[in-house]
Structure formats: C-alpha cells, structure tokens
Design a protein around this ligand. Structure first.
Ligand SMILES: NC(=O)c1ccc[n+]([C@@H]2O[C@H](COP(=O)([O-])OP(=O)(O)OC[C@H]3O[C@@H](n4cnc5c(N)ncnc54)[C@H](O)[C@@H]3O)[C@@H](O)[C@H]2O)c1
Ligand SMILES: O=C(O)C(=O)C[C@@H](O)[C@H](O)[C@H](O)COP(=O)(O)O
Ligand SMILES: [Zn+2]
Length: 377
C-alpha cells in the first residue's frame, strides 16, 4: 500500500483521517475493509465520475471482498435538489443498506453534500466515507461534515452536520478533471491563504502553475488546505464562531449562485467564491478596513489563475441589487436579522464582521452592478 499524507480531524468520538496522495483509489477496498470488514457499501456518484473512475473503485472493493451497489445521478449543481435527494434516499433504501453499513460519496462537492446529507438522515444516520474526485472536494467539501442541498430560497439551506468516517483523496484522479473545474477548486485553495495564512498565499502566487500541473506542489497545496480546514473544524465543528471564516467570499458567492439558478453552465461554486472573495476585499477596502491595493492584488492572482473576478463575467447577468440582497439575507450566518460578512484587514487577516449595515452592502452592490453594465455595454 502507498504512504499517503495523513491529516487527522480531531473530533473526539467522531475523529477521522484524511488520506492524500496518488494511487489511493485502487487501495480503497483494502483501506475500507480495515475500517469496516463486514459492512455493505452504497456508492453514490455522478455520471461523469462513474464513466471515468467507478470501475477502479468497484474492482478494488471486489478484491477486498466488500459487497457494494451504486446509485448514479446527473452531474452538476442542479442535483443538490429535493428531487435528486429523494432519488438518492429511495435508492439507498432500495439497496437495503442497514444503519451500520456505509454510504460512499464518490465524486465532487455536489455528490459529497448530497450523499452525506442522505447518510445523515437514512435510518436516522448511517456512516459514510468521502472519496472526493474534484480539487474542490479534496481541499474543502469532503472535510468537516457540512452536508445538504439547495432550495429556491438559497444555497445549502437544507442540511445537517454529519462527519464522514474517512476521507480518501486520490490526487491522480484529478488528471481527468476539466480545466474549468480545476480552477474552480483553486479558488477554495487560495481562500485558505486569504483567511489566515499570508505565507501560503505568497507561495501560491509563485507556485500556482505547478499546483495546476500536478505532482508534489499539487499534493502540498491540498495538504495545506486540509490541515487548515481540519484545525478550524476541530476547534468549531458547528460554526458557532471561527468556522465562519471558511465562508470568506461565500455570502456574495452564494447569492450569485442562487441568482443564476444553480446553473453550472453559467457559474460553478468555486467561480462564485472567486468573485465573492474579490467583492469581500473590495467591500473591506470601501469600509477603510484594508488598503485600497488589497482587492487588486487578490483579483490579480485569481484572474492570472484563470478565474472570474467580476460580476460582469457571469453569463446572463445576476439580477438587481435588491434580488442579491434578498438572497444574502437568507444566509445562515444572519443572527437576529443582522448580516455577518467575512471581511479583511489585510493579506491573510480575515475576520468575522457581525452587524454589517445592509444599506452599505446594497449601495456597494448597486455600484458593482452599474460597473458591470458599463463593461457589458
Ligand atoms: N460541504 C462543504 O464543506 C463544502 C465546501 C465547499 C463546497 N461545497 C459544495 O461543493 C459543490 C461544488 O463541488 P465541485 O466543485 O466538486 O462540483 P461538482 O461536484 O459538480 O464537480 C464538478 C464537475 O466535475 C466532474 N468531476 C468530478 N470529479 C471528476 C474527475 N476526477 N474527473 C472528471 N470530472 C470530474 C463532476 O461530474 C462535475 O461535472 C457545491 O455545491 C458547493 O456548495 C461544499
Ligand atoms: O466548511 C465550511 O464551514 C465552509 O464554509 C466551506 C465552504 O467552502 C462551503 O462552500 C460550505 O458549504 C459553505 O457553507 P454554508 O454554511 O455557507 O452553506
Ligand atoms: Zn465553498
């Protein structure tokens, strides 16, 4: 067996390991058998991942003597819906998996959130394993136990905290990911630098091409990201405080995703986060919290890495400031009606700002939308 990088997520009885490295998928059977020798497995995946990588996973499970069945859903954000959630739940029940068996979330963040939520509620809670196959899922969504689906009222508004028992991140499966989806995941990597790790952001500015190319730099970026997230989750599992930092760029980004109808052709999550992080830095500069140069430094790096950084780059537009505010006020960080944003005082100096003035946000968005119209004209 290979010797992967191991990142522990320390949560008492719910502790688990994240294993990161090339060649882990063919070893999945042996590693899962060591954790649960008798368990039956229900794999949830999407059509793209199934076509490319399911045979490797099932061959490895067969070799380890583990019984398994598979549920395949359509790829894309639209699958984080009530309809697909019902499909997955009924599919799991049809396999007759028991409470002590395992759900395997095999795919990107959409599959992790969807299958993880189904595992949280089927028979009032089944164990599950994350086998993330997108960069975004390997650095972020497979870790920390946030699961859920979208509602027409907003992103991830229906869900549960439910920790996996193991995360197996085979970095070689990323070779089949499209460039667009790889870049989207890179936005969440850059996020860890911008939250609280300026040296990591400086390293990314120098090494992002190597991270995209693969090999050791990519593994290193994934490991740094997972260590950062594991630390925050261990200190604040259910987001009563510090964990909200992981939401940098998401208050704006989630509103953009809701207003594009969760249409992956127009905007994917990482792209929304990229634009959202630039907006968060611009808004911070507007409030005099950080230097006026900070937003262009952040936008410069994300744009160089091939990510969108402005609202006008979202095809088909994103509605009005009032519509964006309507989505923003459904954010889960809202407390007693007051808005919470993750803002910044400088590179890697993000902080949680409670009681942000809605009029200031509306004014800022009106200006950004007017700028976007000028570019589009
Ligand atoms: N739970 C959390 O903590 C958390 C954190 C971040 C993001 N998220 C959620 O994750 C979702 C985004 O995840 P995502 O960016 O992975 O999107 P995704 O799951 O839609 O995957 C992106 C695309 O890549 C394809 N794909 C995945 N792996 C592949 C591979 N190895 N080769 C080829 N194609 C592959 C998928 O089929 C899909 O078309 C959003 O719904 C977001 O809200 C959750
Ligand atoms: O794990 C977290 O906490 C995060 O905020 C990570 C985010 O990247 C992720 O997109 C998460 O799903 C957003 O959480 P939400 O609570 O705003 O839905
Ligand atoms: Zn995210």
């Amino acid at each position: 067996m290979s010797t992967p990088i191991t990142v522990p997520v320390v949560l008492g009885a719910r502790s688990y390991e994240i294993l990161i490295g090339p060649g882990l998928l063919p070893e999945a059977g042996a590693r899962i058998a060591a954790l649960a020798p008798q368990a039956r497995l229900a794999i949830v995946t999407d059509e793209n991942v199934a076509a490319l990588h399911l045979a490797t996973l099932t061959a490895s499970l067969d070799k380890a003597g583990l019984a398994h069945q598979t549920i395949v859903v359509k790829p894309g954000e639209a699958s984080k819906s009530y309809a697909t959630f019902a499909e997955v739940c009924d599919g799991l029940l049809a396999t007759r998996v028991e409470r002590g068996d395992f759900v395997i979330a095999f795919g990107g963040g959409v599959i992790g959130d969807l299958a993880g939520f189904a595992a949280a509620v089927i028979r009032r809670g089944m164990r599950f394993i994350q086998i993330p196959t997108s960069l975004l899922a390997q650095v972020d969504s497979s870790v920390g136990g946030k699961t859920g689906i979208n509602s027409r009222h907003g992103k991830n508004l229906v869900g549960a905290f439910h920790q996996p028992s193991l995360v197996l991140a085979d970095t070689s499966v990323l070779d089949t990911l499209s460039k667009r989806e790889f870049r989207a995941g890179y936005a969440e990597v850059a996020k860890y630098g911008l939250i609280n790790d300026a040296p990591f952001f400086l390293w990314l500015e120098r090494n992002w091409r190597d991270v995209m190319a693969g090999g050791k730099a990519r593994e290193e970026a994934i490991a740094v990201s997972c260590r950062s997230k594991a630390g925050i989750v261990a200190r604040d599992e259910t987001e009563t405080g510090e964990r909200a930092l992981l939401n940098l760029g998401h208050t704006f980004g989630h509103a953009l995703e809701a207003l594009t109808g969760y249409n992956s052709k127009r905007l994917v999550h990482g792209e929304g986060v990229s634009i959202g992080m630039v907006l968060a830095h611009e808004f911070s500069a507007r409030l005099g919290l950080c230097s006026q140069e900070m937003p262009s430094r952040v936008a410069g790096h994300l744009a160089e890495a091939g990510l969108p950084t402005r609202i006008d780059q979202v095809p088909g537009g994103v509605g009005t400031a009032a519509e964006l505010m309507n989505a923003i006020t459904q954010d889960k960080k809202v407390k007693r009606g007051k808005l919470t944003f993750i803002l910044t005082r400088g590179l890697g100096e993000s902080f949680i700002a409670n009681d942000v003035d809605p009029a200031a946000v509306t004014g800022f968005l009106e200006e950004k939308l007017a700028d976007a119209q000028k570019v589009g004209a």
